[in-house]
Design a protein around this ligand. Structure first.
Ligand code: XMP
Ligand code: MG
Length: 179
């Protein structure tokens, strides 16, 4: 464990096990509906989780990525800026959006709206982590890996100043690092 990590909240083994469960559930749900989703990862945080969970989705999926950032400051509401758009049209498609964490809920609300504006027929959300205590927008992921307390976490895609995304676990960052 590197010295900026206070403690490990979710181990690599737990993430792999939970991804298998979620992948199986997602496969069953879409099979029942008779649709196949386009799996869309939000860059960059969702990459390790998407790579893990996609192996356990037993459907004929395609994957794509999007990079968005919110305008001005963390507390901003309103539009998101698209830094990297999708490669293909999603008109009429079912979308499974993959996120690293749902915090205030602002990102998911904006991205979901964006996808509906692009003509998506259906948008479901799978998030590795959920911090329900921090929610300001009423939105929930359809599939959640782990609910976590209100602490700043890094690893498995999640960063602090673009670092620590490569850690193979979810760890609580020592507050001394950012205070
Ligand atoms: P909202 O508030 O829009 O935020 O739901 C989602 C985005 O906020 C970031 N975020 C975190 N990143 N550790 C991180 O590394 C955290 O504990 C954390 N909480 C929120 C993240 O980019 C996520 O996509
Ligand atoms: Mg993010």
């Amino acid at each position: 464990m590197i010295d900026v990590i206070d403690r490990i909240l979710v181990s690599e083994e737990e993430i792999v096990r939970r991804s298998k469960e979620l992948g199986k559930q997602i496969s069953e749900d879409y099979r029942k509906k008779g649709t196949t989703p386009i799996v869309i990862g939000l860059l960059k945080g969702s990459v390790p989780f998407l790579a893990e969970i996609m192996k356990h989705i037993d459907l004929d999926i395609e994957i794509d990525f999007m990079d968005v950032s919110s305008y001005d400051g963390a507390e901003s509401v309103g539009d998101v800026k698209i830094n990297k758009d999708l490669d293909k049209s999603v008109k009429g498609e079912s979308i499974l959006l993959v996120e690293d964490i749902v915090d205030t809920g602002r990102t998911l609300k904006e991205v979901r709206q964006l996808l509906f504006n692009k003509g998506a027929a259906d948008v479901k959300i799978v998030s590795l982590l959920d911090k329900p205590d921090r929610r300001v927008i009423e939105i929930n992921a359809d599939y959640v890996g782990f609910e976590i307390p209100n602490e700043f976490v890094v690893g498995y895609g999640l960063d602090y100043n673009q670092k620590y995304r490569n850690l193979p676990y979810i760890g609580v960052l020592k507050p001394s690092v950012y205070e």
